[in-house]
Design a protein around this ligand. Structure first.
Ligand code: ADP
Length: 164
């Protein structure tokens, strides 16, 4: 049976930290699906459509990656609908661990067929988050080192269109 994993998140925007997790996951799983979902607790800068296109572009060098974007639903239900029996999440810190552990236990309770697999953020990306990127970009700080080039470009355009 092929191993299909869903990597769910809001990816607003998709950073080099996310990309690193995806690249490593492609070596473990046969197929990796990046699931871009609206996070009801966060205000999004990019629309689902924009994120879909940008993330597609940023991962086009990876053969076994597909991307879906949709309004949030129960992650395990979405995973099962897509034939994924693994969920991937990234861990940057103790704070992530505590938050992610609660979600993983809940998901396990909801569906025992779907296993959560955690990948440790690599050192270079362990302080990187989409929210920090948005904060820096808002004040015209340089976020290029933290984003795939196509996403950095889109970020610049987004900030420009906001200022106009
Ligand atoms: P969510 O709103 O679901 O937390 P995010 O887009 O913020 O969505 O994150 C999606 C996943 O990517 C989460 O598991 C998060 O811990 C992980 N992640 C975020 N930033 C990084 C990073 N810099 N390195 C590794 N994993 C990360």
């Amino acid at each position: 049976m092929s191993k299909i994993a869903l990597f769910p998140g809001s990816f607003d925007p998709f950073t080099n930290g996310h990309l690193n997790i995806v690249e490593r996951a492609t070596k473990i799983f046969d197929q990796v699906i990046i699931g871009i979902f609206t996070n009801t607790n966060k205000t999004a800068l990019f629309s689902l459509e924009e994120k879909l296109e940008l993330t597609k572009e940023a991962t086009k060098h990876l053969e076994n990656v597909t991307i879906v974007a949709q309004e949030a639903g129960l992650t395990v239900t979405i995973a099962q609908k897509m034939g994924a029996n693994f969920l991937i999440r990234g861990l940057r810190s103790i704070k992530d661990y505590e938050y992610e552990r609660d979600i993983a236990f809940m998901n396990q309770h909801l569906n025992q067929e779907v296993e959560t697999v955690f990948l440790l953020a690599d050192n270079a990306h362990s302080s990187l988050s989409s929210s920090v990127i948005k904060e820096i970009a808002q004040f015209s700080g340089d976020v290029a080192p933290f984003l795939p080039p196509i996403i950095n470009q889109a970020m610049k355009e987004k900030m420009k269109s906001r200022d106009e």
